[in-house]
Design a protein around this ligand. Structure first.
Ligand SMILES: Nc1ncnc2c1ncn2[C@@H]1O[C@H](COP(=O)(O)OP(=O)(O)OP(=O)(O)O)[C@@H](O)[C@H]1O
Length: 247
């Protein structure tokens, strides 16, 4: 569904050029959950922002369903770490916002919003404002907003990075539940190896300066994934192995 071919990105910094990404080459299958992992500065956010169409690459290509991307598009939705909910809108108005921009009819918007509120277990909060909700619940609204516009690819940049460990794991479980019900292709950026291992089908491990692919790892874990996996010996072993590779 998506192909990244020989992608490079060079920034012209104050103290000279920074090669943020060099010869990045991989493809993503329809419905696949792929994580981009690496230490700080390896180019994860730069890569996601290029795929989102928010910044331009220096060379190479990105094809979505065979078509080169030339900017942001409704085929891709992004969920960032920072809170993207509009504080002056209620939960349901937040979820309906993107559909309104897409000029969907009121009835269609309401139908989809009701479905998503149920999926996200937010029905009781439909008329609440984001300020009345916890960080984890606001993240669920963000995911709902992204799903509402029916993108082909969901791009997530450290979406749970600002949450405490317990809420973060609960959100990982939640994301997998939603993803298994409504399969979307997901590209998920994180510096948290365990988060990537728990969620993904594959991990693209980047190394910094210049940002390059160090290794691509197929995760051997069956789905559905549960707390038991996080506590298993095989999970622990693979984490140690990958940590060594990450350096
Ligand atoms: N606008 C910019 N101008 C110059 N250099 C930049 C710019 N944006 C990013 N860089 C550089 O590109 C490299 C990759 O940055 P990027 O933010 O993509 O890394 P990252 O892996 O997402 O890091 P982190 O996990 O800390 O967010 C870094 O060396 C960074 O300093």
């Amino acid at each position: 569904m998506m192909e990244i071919k020989q992608l490079s990105k060079v920034f012209a910094g104050v103290s000279g050029e920074v090669v943020a990404l060099q010869n990045i080459d991989f493809s993503v299958k329809q419905g696949e959950f792929v994580s981009i992992v690496g230490t700080s500065g390896c180019g994860k956010s730069t890569l996601l922002s290029i795929v989102a169409g928010l910044s331009k690459h220096t060379s190479g290509e990105i094809l979505v369903e065979g078509k080169a991307i030339s900017g942001p598009g409704s085929d891709r939705a992004v969920v960032f770490q920072s809170d993207a909910t509009f504080p002056w809108l209620t939960v349901s108005e937040n979820i309906e916002y993107g559909m309104k921009v897409k000029r969907m009819s009121k009835e269609a918007r309401k139908k989809k919003c009701d479905e998503l509120l149920e999926l996200l277990e937010l029905e009781k909060f439909r008329d609440a404002y984001p300020r009345e909700m916890s960080g984890g619940m606001r993240k669920r609204i963000d995911i709902g907003r992204a799903y509402a516009v029916e993108p082909q690819i969901l791009l997530m940049d450290e979406p749970f990075g600002a949450l405490d460990v317990v809420t973060r794991e609960a959100m990982q479980d939640e994301l997998l539940r939603i993803w298994s019900e409504r399969r979307k292709t997901v590209i998920f950026v994180t510096h948290d190896l365990e988060e990537a291992m728990f969620l993904s089908d594959r991990i693209i491990l980047l190394s910094p300066r210049p940002g390059r692919i160090k290794q691509i790892i197929d995760l051997p874990f069956a789905r559905p994934r549960t707390q038991q996996l996080r506590e298993s010996h095989e999970f622990y072993e693979l984490r140690n192995q990958l940590r060594k590779i990450m350096g």
